[in-house]
Design a protein around this ligand. Structure first.
Ligand SMILES: O=C(O)CCC(=O)C(=O)O
Length: 279
């Protein structure tokens, strides 16, 4: 199969404006970008999986004792294949990282009534680099139901992606809560201080967390091990590369000097660094 190349970043005004807002404030809310039918179909699939996989509540305050999460969504159902590659949204992510970025994890979060506020944290917390640092992690959190102050819309600390440290238990900064209708997306830097809100409503809040990282970082959930090669063979070339069946700068991630995509597609193009040197 022919490699279709990285998604072209839509350099239109809106994409640029979103990128610039994330760079400045650490986050940006984009309302009503996911069509209602897509949102409904994804939510129905999440509900089906919650039941069929008997997904339990979290075991601690971070995961949430009234919250259920489905990890490894790409292995669960083909419906999710179109989520991390959503063209417009991926354009923003590629603009903030680069087109060789990776999908770090894809997780559904269903926060039920009674869920307490999640501790503030930064998604770069498990990486060793010091802060402030260039943007290396970007999250696109899809709202599958409305996000409101009452049902636990995400708390964010504007500008905190530039702080020189991650939050601790002693930190209680002022936050802004993300409110957005179902079908909207909040983008945030992996260095932003944030956390799920308290669900004081009588309805659940469901979100889909698309976490992306720079192509030279280790993925949060190892997509290479979580997905079978048969599964990956059925993906589009763009999604294959996004989960790690590609290289960074023609070198990182190679297998025997070949593009790892050749493991699932013998005809995959392998433009490796060794072929470029001296040309
Ligand atoms: O659900 C949310 O609003 C944020 C969740 C989150 O940040 C996390 O679980 O790491």
């Amino acid at each position: 199969m022919e490699y279709d190349g990285p998604v072209q970043v839509n350099r239109g005004l809106e994409t640029e404006a979103i990128i610039s807002e994330v760079e400045t404030n650490g986050y940006a809310i984009v309302e009503n970008v996911i069509p209602r039918e897509t949102c409904d179909a994804v939510l129905a699939k999440v509900d089906f999986l919650m039941g069929s996989l008997a997904i339990p509540f979290g075991q601690n305050a971070f995961l949430g004792r009234h919250t259920r999460r489905i990890f490894n969504l790409l292995a669960r159902d083909r419906l999710f294949e179109s989520v991390p590659t959503h063209r417009e949204l991926l354009g923003v992510v590629e603009g903030l990282l680069d087109p060789e970025c990776l999908l770090s994890s894809l997780t559904a979060i269903e926060m039920q009534p009674g869920q307490a506020r999640q501790p503030l944290h930064a998604d770069d917390g498990s990486y060793g680099f010091s802060r402030p640092a260039p943007t290396q992690i970007v999250v696109a959190l899809w709202a599958l139901t409305d996000f409101t102050n009452e049902n636990g819309g995400t708390h964010v600390v504007p500008g905190s992606h530039r702080f020189d440290r991650r939050p601790g238990r002693e930190d209680h900064p002022e936050t802004v809560q993300v409110e957005m209708p179902a079908g909207s997306v909040v983008f945030y830097s992996g260095s932003l201080w944030h956390g799920g809100g308290e669900n004081r409503s009588d309805a659940r809040r469901v979100g889909l967390v698309n976490n992306y990282c720079a192509g030279y970082l280790r993925q949060e959930e190892s997509q290479l091990l979580a997905l079978s090669q048969d599964r990956v063979a059925a993906f589009t070339p763009r999604l294959r590369k996004l989960v790690g069946y590609g290289t960074y700068r023609g070198l990182l991630g190679h297998v025997d000097q070949r593009n790892p995509e050749s493991l699932v597609d013998p005809e995959a193009e392998t433009d490796m660094i060794w072929g470029r040197i001296g040309k």
